[in-house]
Structures are given as structure tokens and as C-alpha cells.
Design a protein. Structure first.
Length: 144
């Protein structure tokens, strides 16, 4: 079987895949999630995709080569998730800094002068606001 861009049924009722290599990796991930790596086989992946057992060998040298592709996909997914988290941490850092700066400016402007401990009150309010920001940081991830 060749892997052509069509999704039309081929001889024997099997389907051609537009991107068989990616489909093999996806199917391998699903099979590994269900059964674990020890129960993973190229034959089962082929069966699930409706391709011959020879089809995976057009893209992967062997079982380990396909497993390596699964590992690369996992690393790429992890890197993307980590990058998103870092961007969210950067946003959290910026709003935390702005909160601390705002409370410091309020302290300097005399907004806490009627407190028994103006510096302590400003620090406590900044800390409370920062904790609220940390707890609600998922809101920072959503576009406005």
C-alpha cells in the first residue's frame, strides 16, 4: 500500500492515509496509553489503521524507530507545554511586580498613614493581592 493524500477506499476495503507516518505515531501513542510499551506492536498499530503490516516499514526501520518517534512527539509536547507555562509565569511575575510597586507607591503617597504600622499594612495588602493573583493565574492565560 502506498500512502497517498487520498482517503478513498483502496483494494480490499483498506484506506490510504494522507500522512501515514503521523497516523502511525498517533496510533502508537493510543496503543501505548491503553496497553503499555511492552504490549505495543507494529502489527496492532497496522491493524488499527487498516494498513498492511509492511506499511509502517516505509516510514520506520522497526518497532524501536517508531517508539523513538513517539518519544520525540512527547518531548515536543512537553516543550510546548513548558513554554506556555513560562509565558504564564512571566505574566504572573509582571502583575506581581506591578502589585508590589503599586502598594509601595500608595505607601509613599501616604495612603497608609492612618495605619499603626504603615509599612506592615502595605506589605500585608501587597502579599494578599499577590496570593490572589497566584491563585487566579489561570485568568492570565485567557485572552481578554
Amino acid at each position: 500500500m502506498s500512502d497517498t493524500p487520498s482517503e478513498a477506499p483502496a483494494k480490499g476495503g483498506r484506506y490510504h492515509h494522507g500522512d501515514l507516518k503521523a497516523a502511525l505515531v498517533d496510533a502508537a501513542i493510543s496503543l501505548i496509553a491503553e496497553r503499555g510499551v511492552r504490549e505495543f506492536s507494529l502489527a496492532e498499530v497496522s491493524r488499527r489503521l487498516g494498513v498492511t503490516v509492511a506499511a509502517p516499514y516505509r516510514h520506520f526501520a522497526d518497532r524501536d524507530d517508531l517508539l523513538a518517534a513517539v518519544g520525540i512527539r512527547a518531548i515536543d509536547a512537553f516543550a510546548a507545554a513548558l513554554a506556555a507555562e513560562v509565558r504564564a509565569a512571566d505574566a504572573l511575575m509582571a502583575v506581581t511586580e506591578a502589585t508590589a510597586h503599586g502598594h509601595a507607591m500608595l505607601l509613599l503617597d501616604g495612603s497608609f498613614d492612618d495605619e499603626e504600622d504603615p509599612v506592615g499594612s502595605a506589605a500585608d495588602q501587597a502579599a494578599s493581592a499577590t496570593l490572589a493573583l497566584i491563585r487566579g493565574r489561570t485568568a492570565l492565560r485567557q485572552p481578554s
